[in-house]
Design a protein around this ligand. Structure first.
Ligand code: PNS
Length: 176
């Protein structure tokens, strides 16, 4: 039987850290659903449709494209996981600072549905300091995030936050 994982998040927008985690999840599960949460009352930079498209554009030509699905959900994550009959929730941990929030969420989800397990995977070291929030902050202040997010995301950020067309810089080597 296929093992299916749900990788939930806001993905506003998806970063290379998210993609790194996806790779790790694909090593363990047969299929992974990237599930974008529709937050009531939270105003994202990108609409749900835009976030969905940015994820799909970032995965074009991925060798395991057929094992990845992009979806969205409203309401409780555990209900969505049950509806699609997934085996587990996958979340990434970057640093100790992530732990408290993730611990709280995982235990609340367990209380809501004791059948669903949450699996934590460590993000690759090179992405340990990035988040969607910090990426948006850097771009909004005129900084370059080349190599930290997929190219379609970089373009969309520049266009949305700076209101100008994106001119691709030469790919910079990523410092470790
Ligand atoms: O990328 P994020 O914003 O850290 O992801 C958080 C997310 C979307 C996974 C979390 O907020 C969530 O699961 N929201 C759905 C509502 C829900 O089930 N809440 C109860 C769990 S605490």
């Amino acid at each position: 039987m296929d093992k299916l994982a749900v990788y939930p998040g806001s993905f506003d927008p998806i970063t290379n850290g998210h993609l790194d985690l996806l790779e790790r999840a694909l090593k363990i599960f047969d299929r992974v659903v990237i599930a974008i949460a529709v937050h009531q009352g939270k105003k994202p930079l990108f609409t749900l449709e835009e976030r969905q498209k940015l994820i799909k554009d970032s995965l074009v030509g991925h060798p395991s494209e057929h094992r990845i699905q992009v979806d969205s959900f409203e309401g409780l994550l555990v209900n969505y996981v049950r509806e699609i009959r997934a085996d587990a929730i996958v979340r990434g941990l970057r640093a100790v600072s992530d732990f408290e929030y993730e611990f709280q969420m995982a235990l609340m989800n367990r209380r809501l549905n004791n059948e669903i397990e949450t699996l934590f995977l460590m993000t690759g070291m090179r992405w340990i300091y990035i988040s969607s929030r910090i990426i948006k902050e850097v771009v909004a202040s005129g900084g370059c995030v080349n190599g930290l997010v997929p190219v379609p995301v970089e373009a969309a950020l520049v266009e949305r936050l700076l209101g100008k067309p994106f001119v691709s810089p030469l790919a910079e080597p990523v410092p470790h």
